[in-house]
Design a protein around this ligand. Sequence first.
Ligand SMILES: C[S@@+](CC[C@H](N)C(=O)[O-])C[C@H]1O[C@@H](n2cnc3c(N)ncnc32)[C@H](O)[C@@H]1O
Length: 201
Amino acid sequence: MPVNDVDKAYFWDNLYKNNESGWDLKSANPVFVEILKGNKILNKGKLLIPGCGKGYDALAAAESGYEVTAVDFSSEAINFAKTLAGKVSANINFIQEDIFNLGAEFENYFDSIYEYTTYCAINPERHDDFAKKISSLLKKGGVFLTILFPVEKREGGPPFGVDPLECISVFSKYLKLSYFTKDVNSIKPRKGREVIQLYTK
Ligand SMILES: C[S@@+](CC[C@H](N)C(=O)[O-])C[C@H]1O[C@@H](n2cnc3c(N)ncnc32)[C@H](O)[C@@H]1O
């Protein structure tokens, strides 16, 4: 599959269908679960999860009281996520859509946005567009939480290697960096390969 097609749903559908979804933890990200428990970082209310994959993090957030909208353009991912949430009757707004095409009804709409392993799935040439889109979706005072992975240099992708400093320069065009730590209690295979950044609009 040409990597240029990384911005097309079929590319991701094929990875899911062929069980090549090595990023999938098959459970919520424990780092995110800890953040949800602490209840201090995200603003309460409407939470967007772009590139939600199979929906584990969306479910954890809904169970913590957030009004979750979870977006992914892969039908394989969204259908799995809907079934997962349906099993426990969780109220999550799943949308099968390209993040970049989310409509005007979502502008200045979300109190918080959380992404994990979506930034590294986006063609690096589109990082600026992604940051601009995230900012446009947040309310004033809204927060964007990213757990960046993998932060080591890599050839090719996805996952594309993520440079935390490049990330700060891209997101700071549209948002204000309010917190940054390399001290992340990551799962063993991701130890030292993740950083947390929090931005405010
Ligand atoms: C590496 S996976 C991560 C999934 C999930 N966040 C997780 O941690 O398991 C990247 C996900 O982003 C989705 N994705 C990539 N680009 C997208 C886009 N432009 N719009 C919507 N979804 C996108 C893919 O379909 C895939 O499910």
